[in-house]
Design a protein around this ligand. Structure first.
Ligand code: FAS
Ligand code: PHB
Length: 394
């Protein structure tokens, strides 16, 4: 079959890209390894920047988000004996929005299905061909076992960290940098009302803890653990004990309840460049991974697509190559800003090293709380910089 844009991956990046291209009158085909239900069930990100919400509204996929998302003015930073609110809205004029990635993925899939989007789920042996020609294609085996081929004008890898698309860039042309952290996150979803109005990021001698949420009835927590940690070694009681210890504050109590899901999530920073090779473009986790401490992963995927969709529209509808030629450099500026911020938040908040390291971390935390300029720097990065070009003047 033929299409204009072949998209590998039906996560937020792939789905949002197909929606934005459709609004520009450009047809696409999505090829996804998992089932639609599996994609929708993956519990991942929870925070949307206001720039992401604005884009989702413009894309016509934010109706439910506008009804259900919880607007937050900021976050709390905590260390033993101190919990201090950082007011992003006061510091930057922006808020952030609590809206689970599972909800956003469901919204995007519903809009695409209603639009009649052609998507192949449960595809196997997906491969990219002739990316460096003007007749790229992808081949795969569909859910019925039939061999398929999609000829396109452009292929976009939205296939996440483990996807194959980046491999279609010749090794000699591809640079990859990666940082593995000496810790992981134990993620917990619990049927219990949040014990806080906004997220709490807590430094503790035992390790980092985060109190997030999904709704007024469901809370989301994370505990810093060793990367080798096995979820079987973490009973619900042990999880609640450790969360209560790390989030403890005089006069405050952590409410507990049934745990719905728990898993150990690896942490890494990863960037592959370039994000374009011939008629192959990469967007989202296919090109970069950030540790979730800065709540950037999903927002960065959205920002890539916000730049890529108009670039492909200019290329395929208007015959203008400039934006597509600039895509990789433009996207990577924000990728590195978000990568630095995620690394900075991670190294400031996660217990590692010795007492010297601990004092450096506590000094950094106090500086952020005591200095309006230091607080504004965190707020601007967390609440999100303007998409496409606002992240730096370089
Ligand atoms: P995705 O990984 O969401 O989507 C890629 C899609 O490609 C998947 O559906 C996959 O099945 C498909 N695919 C892979 N290989 C394929 C193949 N060979 N053929 C066809 N399809 C293929 N971000 C935050 O901001 N906060 C968080 O707390 C957070 N937690 C996370 C926890 C985990 C376990 C993971 C993995 C990520 C987390 N993230 C978090 C980041 C996450 O939200 C991503 O940034 C976001 O999903 C990026 O969206 P996509 O780029 O669409 O990639
Ligand atoms: C989440 O709610 O899943 C979440 C929130 C903030 C983060 C990471 C994850 O930094």
């Amino acid at each position: 079959m033929r299409t204009r844009v072949a998209i590998i991956g039906s996560g937020p990046a792939g789905l949002l890209l197909s929606q934005l291209l459709d609004l520009a009158g450009i047809e696409s085909v999505i090829v996804e390894r998992q089932s639609a239900d599996h994609v929708k069930s993956r519990i991942r990100a929870g925070i949307l920047e206001s720039a992401s919400v604005d884009l989702l509204r413009r894309a016509g996929v934010a109706d439910r988000l506008d009804r259900a998302a919880i607007e937050h003015r900021g976050i709390y930073l905590q260390w033993p004996g101190r919990r201090q609110h950082l007011d992003f809205t006061e510091l930057t004029g922006q808020a952030v929005y609590v809206y689970g990635q599972t909800e956003l993925t469901a919204d995007l899939m519903a809009v695409r299905e209603k639009a009649g989007q052609l998507a192949f789920y449960e595809a196997t042996d997906v491969a990219v061909h002739d990316a460096d020609t003007d007749r790229p294609s992808i081949t795969f085996v569909d859910a019925t076992g039939a061999a398929r081929r999609v000829d396109a004008e452009v292929v976009v890898g939205c296939d996440g960290y483990h996807g194959p698309s980046k491999q279609a860039i010749p090794v000699g042309l591809r640079q990859t940098v990666e940082r593995a952290y000496p810790f992981a996150w134990l993620g917990v979803l619990a049927q219990v009302p949040p014990s806080t109005d906004e997220l709490i990021y807590a430094w503790h001698p035992n390790g980092f803890a985060l109190h997030s949420m999904r709704s007024e009835q469901v809370s989301r927590f994370y505990l810093q653990v060793d990367p080798s940690e096995r979820i079987e070694d973490w009973s619900d009681d042990r999880i609640w004990d450790e969360l209560s210890t790390r989030l403890a504050l005089d006069g405050w109590t952590l409410r507990t309840g049934p745990i719905l899901e728990k898993s150990v999530l690896p942490m890494r920073s990863f960037v592959t460049t370039p994000m374009r090779h011939g008629r192959l473009f990469l967007a989202g986790d296919a090109a970069h991974i950030v540790p979730p401490t800065g709540a950037k992963g999903l927002n960065l995927a959205i920002a890539d697509v916000a730049v890529l969709a108009p670039a492909l529209t200019a290329l395929l509808r208007d015959g203008s190559t400039g934006p597509a030629d600039a895509y990789s450099d433009t996207a990577l500026r924000r990728v590195w800003r978000s990568t630095h911020f995620s690394w900075w938040m991670t190294t400031m908040l996660h217990r590692h090293g010795d007492d010297f390291d601990a004092q450096l971390q506590l000094s950094q935390l106090r500086r952020v709380i005591d200095s309006p300029s230091a607080a504004r720097e965190l707020a601007e990065n967390y609440a999100g910089l303007p998409i496409a070009g606002g992240e730096d003047r370089g």
